[in-house]
Design a protein around this ligand. Structure first.
Ligand SMILES: C[S@@+](CC[C@H](N)C(=O)[O-])C[C@H]1O[C@@H](n2cnc3c(N)ncnc32)[C@H](O)[C@@H]1O
Length: 215
């Protein structure tokens, strides 16, 4: 399998990570990820199997002194991507699993202590909001505090079609989701950003984001 997720090193992606992760966390919680807290994310491809990919999320977060390498938890469903990452970074905690399942497993192992949960998906909003609501419910249920939860969703289907989704669609699906409604109120979550739109230069797909935090 030839893998080439160049988009994750794109300057617009790098800037969007600042706007969606680093700046809001600094504004609402702390200047860098609190000690003992973990940075949970969908890893994507961080290496070409031989060398690191400059501009990828792992390196950016370390270089911007936002996290230390031991705080990173990069979950990836695709085994080939996981293997490439692990080859170059044997000591970094990459996990080959579904994101939600990996967090649950970590909780069951008494290891789960997230400060950032970055559901950096390419899902369209309907599916993405359902998944994000499940995460919000889980974090509320186990009473995680001092945490920023981010959801990124594609505005258009990357594989075709012209229907374009807008931030209001995220809100529409959130309002219909009982798990979201229950846990948002119960957990005292706060909205931070409804949307920052970004598009990688070589991609036709724009993305939008929504974030919540809880102190
Ligand atoms: C947008 S990329 C991640 C980019 C990375 N966070 C960054 O900032 O560069 C999303 C990755 O998540 C993987 N993925 C999709 N659904 C997943 C799931 N439910 N659990 C774990 N990984 C998933 C995809 O294979 C893809 O590599």
């Amino acid at each position: 399998m030839k893998l080439n997720q160049k988009n994750w090193s794109d300057p617009n992606k790098i800037q969007s990570r600042r706007e969606n992760i680093i700046i809001p966390y600094r504004e609402h919680i702390a200047n860098k990820l609190l000690p003992l807290k973990q940075f949970w994310t969908l890893s994507g491809q961080c290496t070409d199997g031989n060398n690191p990919l400059e501009g990828c999320e792992l390196l950016q977060m370390i270089e911007e002194q936002f996290i230390t390498p031991d705080q990173y938890r990069g979950v990836e469903l695709t085994p080939e991507i996981y293997k490439m990452n692990k080859l170059v970074y044997p000591n970094i905690q990459f996990i080959n699993d579904d994101f939600y399942s990996a967090m649950k497993q970590s909780y069951q192992n008494n290891e789960f202590n997230p400060g950032i949960v970055n559901f950096d998906s390419t899902y369209l909003p309907e599916r993405g909001i359902t998944y994000l609501s499940d995460i919000l419910y889980f974090l509320t249920d186990i009473n995680i505090k001092q945490v920023l939860l981010i959801g990124n969703f594609a505005k258009m289907n990357p594989y075709g079609g012209h229907k374009r989704h807008e931030p209001n669609d995220m809100i529409k699906y959130l309002k219909k989701n009982d798990r979201f409604k229950y846990s948002f109120l119960k957990g005292g979550w706060k909205y931070y950003l409804i949307s920052t739109t970004y598009k990688c230069k070589k991609s036709r797909t724009p993305f939008m984001s929504i974030s919540f935090y809880r102190n």
